[in-house]
Design a protein around this ligand. Structure first.
Ligand SMILES: Cc1ncc(C[n+]2csc(CCOP(=O)(O)OP(=O)(O)O)c2C)c(N)n1
Ligand SMILES: [Mg+2]
Length: 327
């Protein structure tokens, strides 16, 4: 058994399962609502990548910040945002966590230091560095978790952000979710050192490593060490989590550029099924207990959909709120 598993009690180990099931069911239902035209705009599903959000975010303290990309439902839910306010945001309703103004890609909750999902690839990187600079300047005990996709590595601001984080020794953990694709482009075709992405930060003298992103306990273990080190003043760290999105880039993508064999290879590593198997094989939970958890999650998501449906749209006047300049 991994040290992370030995260090955790039954409740925490089972809770990883509950959380990952919630992320999975939430998005499966959100996809159905998209097909019905109730969720509009873009919808990027995190299905297949749940172990990263659950494992990584479990190592943070409430005062720590998170800044992430647009594939953000799992991160928001793992940070404890209520599924109701997240679903309402997808529906564009006033009760959503961003008052219905952001939608799927712009979930936000300052009360949980969840500083947003960002649609501009790499856009969250300088913001995370800024949050890290503020924490460091104010001598606050805060770590910033900056989650990025492999696609962000080829943005200029990636390098600017790494350099500033390194030179100022900021308390930022860069967690790269390498799901092997940026839209329809395989990482291998757009990034020269595709097998060793984590080494991209070597010129900045930022320590880095790679972890199995399909294994929630492996992510938890790696992140515990990383967050502890960063919190103790060790400066930034870059962790690459190897993963795969089971669906297309967004709901509009039939994902025809991937082979059935490749998809099957990764489906066998389904993080939710893997953790379920771990709990059963080690006698930590019974089939019946896990079934009950699954049912509870289904009900929670149904309730979230009802809440979103019944919530009002933003008032037309809301168009003039939160503007930087008077119209
Ligand atoms: C600056 C910028 N360039 C291009 C795009 C269009 N775009 C949206 S998502 C995406 C791919 C990003 O891939 P990755 O970072 O690997 O994240 P993933 O979707 O795989 O989670 C691109 C190129 C964008 N949103 N922003
Ligand atoms: Mg990607």
């Amino acid at each position: 058994m991994k040290p992370a598993a030995q260090a955790l009690d039954k409740r925490s180990l089972v809770d990883f399962y509950r959380q990952m099931r919630l992320l999975r069911i939430f998005e499966e239902r959100a996809a159905e609502q998209y097909m019905r035209g109730r969720v509009r705009g873009f919808l990027h599903l995190y299905i297949g990548e749940e172990a990263i959000a659950a494992g990584a975010i479990s190592t943070l303290e409430p005062q720590d910040y998170i800044a992430t990309h647009y594939r953000d439902h799992g991160h928001a839910l793992a940070r404890g945002l209520d599924p109701k306010v997240v679903m309402a945001e997808l529906f564009g309703k006033v009760t959503g966590c961003s008052k219905g103004m952001g939608g799927s890609m712009h979930l936000f909750d300052a009360s949980r230091n969840f500083m947003g999902g960002y649609a501009i690839v790499g856009g969250q990187l300088p913001l995370a560095v800024g949050l890290g600079l503020a924490a460091s300047y104010l001598k606050e005990n805060r770590v910033v978790l900056c989650i990025l996709g492999d696609g962000a590595l080829n943005e200029g601001e990636f390098h600017e952000s790494m350099n500033l984080a390194a030179i100022w020794r900021l308390p930022v953990v860069f967690l790269c979710e390498n799901n092997l694709y940026g839209m329809g482009s395989p990482v291998k075709e757009v990034f020269a050192a595709a097998d060793e992405i984590y080494r991209i930060v070597e010129p900045y003298h930022i320590p880095s490593s790679q972890v199995d992103g399909m294994d929630v306990l492996a992510v938890r273990e790696a992140m515990e060490g990383v967050v502890g080190r960063v919190r103790d003043g060790g400066g930034p760290y870059f962790l690459e989590a190897l993963t795969y999105r089971f669906r297309g880039h967004s709901m509009a993508d039939p994902s025809e550029y991937r082979s059935k064999e490749e998809e099957a290879f990764w489906q066998k590593r389904d993080p939710v099924a893997k953790h379920r198997q771990f709990l059963l094989a080690n006698g930590i939970a019974s089939e019946a207990e896990l079934e009950t958890i699954g049912q509870g999650v289904e009900e929670q998501v149904e309730e979230a959909i009802r809440f979103a449906e019944e919530s009002p749209d933003p008032a037309p006047e809301a168009l003039y709120e939160n503007l930087y300049a008077n119209p």
